[in-house]
Design a binder for this molecule. Structure first.
Ligand code: G3P
Ligand code: MG
Length: 248
């Protein structure tokens, strides 16, 4: 299905940022379910390792902001997760929502029929890149047949290493600002996609990317007016806290 570029993205190109995090607690199964209810087909989620090498779905390197508990991921193990409430901070309606592992999340998204953009976070407590990406590979290989998966990261080394393990997966380089030598940097990974802060988009870079077959998705935009002028120039997709505003 092709988008009408004058209007906006097609349904497969609206990714729910940390789930539908405008209406449900970020990076929880509740937020992923909310994204599905809004009609999204993809979610973006952040992953990092606990002390026992369990991959969990969380943005920060501690549980302080998004759960009822405290502590750095470096000090927590999977056995500590049941004591954490990852929903009540957002709204009492979500009290008791667990902090999910990546394995649990992939299973839930498979049941929802959704795709996952797995953003690999790099934190100082991670012991090695190899261990991190092998943990991601292990979990994503448990997915239902046909479940779409892509990988993104601010760390080009994580993408390069992941590409070697899983060459068929789409790799998206995350940038807040576009470096001048973006084409060479993508080629060195190699990656086919840029996920760029929408404030750094320009018509010129979109046209250049389109000519070279490079996809560009914008994050994190919650108001379609912000991207209106970029669709005709070739913007591929959007990562948003509130998919319904793009799925109208
Ligand atoms: O994938 C886009 C976006 O998630 C990158 O920033 O900090 O929200 O993970 P952040
Ligand atoms: Mg992210």
């Amino acid at each position: 299905m092709t988008a009408n570029p004058a209007i906006g993205p097609n349904r497969d190109e609206v990714q729910a940022h940390r789930g539908a995090s405008a209406v449900a607690p970020e990076n929880t199964i509740a937020a992923f379910r909310a994204a599905a209810e809004q009609g999204a087909r993809w979610v973006e989620l952040d992953v990092a390792l606990l002390a026992d090498d369990t991959l969990v779905v969380i943005h920060d390197d501690s549980v302080d902001r998004t759960t009822s508990g405290t502590g750095k991921l470096a000090t927590l193990r999977q056995a500590d997760l049941p004591a954490l409430d990852a929903g009540a901070w957002f709204d009492a309606r979500f009290a008791g929502e667990p902090l999910p592992t990546l394995a649990e999340t992939i299973a839930a998204l498979g049941d929802l029929g959704m795709g996952a953009n797995i953003e690999i976070k790099q934190h100082p407590h991670h012991k090695s890149l190899d261990q991190l990406i092998r943990a991601v590979q292990h979990d994503l290989r448990q997915r239902k047949p046909g479940m779409p998966i892509m990988i993104s990261s601010f760390d080009p080394e994580a993408l390069r290493a992941m590409h070697l393990l899983e060459p068929d997966l789409e790799m998206a380089m995350l940038w807040s600002d576009l470096p001048d030598d973006w084409e060479a940097r993508l080629a060195a990974i190699p990656a086919t996609t840029i996920h760029l802060n929408y404030k750094s988009l320009s018509i010129g870079m979109l046209e250049r990317a389109r000519q070279r077959g490079i996809k560009v998705r914008a994050w994190t935009s919650n108001d379609p007016i912000e991207l209106k002028s970029f669709w005709p120039a070739g913007l591929t997709g959007v990562i948003t806290d509130n998919p319904k505003v793009y799925l109208g």
